[in-house]
Write a protein that binds this ligand. Structure first.
Ligand code: MG
Length: 382
């Protein structure tokens, strides 16, 4: 019997790659539900590819959408949760970008027995709520982020007490080594051109500022129940080693692979099995060298923010994420220069008094506050 699966965020970069990976495993999975934020044309195209009859579109589009016969279309804010309740998939793949993915992640945990999480923001802003809910329901959470997939594969259920350090690698992005004055003049297009990974717009900008790595520090802390001091970041421009774990006995185990998101996507889908894939091959004999170094102090101010928030905890992570989302959107529109992204995020975070996360409403309140503060900051600077 095929496992029933829903793909949330089906029209984004990871969602489309998940569909490709599933298409290469005929008979093993049946895609029963797909969602998109606003790209209804992309959603219909994906539905035709996988033959799905339940679709959710969060942003209602003007006019009516012509869906194939027999298709159920859920629309509006609660579309994803209603679709998941009706279709009850065994497996949900959450590939939504940004904080908007949190309610969908919680809905997925409440219906499925396994949830593959490519939406790091759910864990960044609401890690405790997400993991507690998953433990209560007995839902397995499988990380899709490449570095975290690596750690998940290395740890294989081992206790955090056995871990001395976890290392996340960062390519350094397209502007590695640029002096500050040059960063003032980089364009959104240059920032979107990542040297090693092909990704969506938001995560490409986050990779250029290294905010992506800051979010990944928070993601790792929550996923593997680590303390902030156990997590380290290494600059590794080749993006071949994704992560490594240094155990308390001094042994270090690393995960290496070609930089291709389809590998962690495939592993999340087939775990604990490994699916044969002849095209994915790493030939170290053809690589001249692999480079690793510690980030210099002050070199990546976004990374410093991530470690600060990892120590502070509480609502500060939601604030970091929301302020950064606003800043990135403005940079992409050409409204602010590249270095302002992290300056804005720092300014909003400095004004925030972090409190405990008691429920979802506390988080949404912190998120709204940060977006408003970020918008105020922009209007003062404009
Ligand atoms: Mg990553």
């Amino acid at each position: 019997m095929a496992t029933t699966v829903a793909i949330l965020g089906a029209t984004g970069s990871v969602g489309r790659q998940a569909i490709d990976v599933l298409a290469a495993m005929p008979g093993r999975f049946q895609v029963v539900a797909l969602s998109a934020w606003s790209n209804w044309e992309g959603l219909l195209a994906a539905a035709r590819t996988v033959g799905t009859k339940a679709l959710a579109l969060v942003k209602e589009c003007p006019g009516s959408i012509e869906t194939p016969a027999g298709t159920r279309l859920f629309t509006g804010e609660t579309a994803v949760s209603r679709m998941l309740e009706e279709t009850a998939p065994e497996f949900v793949f959450v590939a939504i970008a940004g904080a908007a993915g949190l309610p969908a992640t919680l809905s997925a945990i409440s219906v499925a027995r396994r949830v593959a999480l490519a939406n790091k923001e759910s864990l960044v802003i609401a890690g405790d709520l997400v993991t507690t809910q998953a433990a209560k329901r007995g839902t397995e959470l499988i990380p899709v982020d490449s570095e975290h997939s690596g750690i998940f594969q290395i740890l294989d259920g081992r206790s955090p007490q056995e871990v001395r350090h976890v290392y996340l690698t960062a390519s350094g992005g397209p502007f590695l080594g640029y002096p500050p004055e040059r960063l003032e003049h980089v364009s959104p297009q240059e920032a979107l051109t990542h040297p090693t990974w092909r990704m969506g717009e938001k995560i490409s900008i986050d990779s250029a500022t290294l905010m992506n790595k800051a979010l990944e520090v928070l993601e790792a802390r929550c996923l593997f129940n680590l303390q902030a001091h156990q997590i380290k970041v290494l600059i590794h421009p080749e993006s071949i080693m994704h992560s490594m774990v240094e155990f308390v006995d001094g042994s270090v185990i690393a995960q290496l692979a070609v930089p291709d998101m389809r590998l962690p996507i495939r592993y999340a889908l087939t775990y604990p099995e490994r699916q044969r894939h002849e095209a994915t091959k790493l030939d170290l004999s053809r690589m001249a060298a692999l480079h690793f170094r510690q980030p210099d102090p002050g070199e990546f101010p976004a990374l410093d923010l991530g470690f600060e928030v990892a120590k502070t905890g509480g609502t500060s992570a939601a604030v970091l994420n929301a302020a950064n989302e606003i800043a990135v959107a403005h940079f992409l529109k050409g409204a602010i220069r590249f270095p302002r992204i992290v300056e804005l995020t720092r300014a909003v975070l400095d004004k925030h008094r972090s409190g405990p996360v008691t429920d979802l409403e506390t988080l949404f309140e912190a998120d709204r506050w940060a977006r408003k503060e970020a918008t105020n900051w922009l209007s003062c600077k404009a």
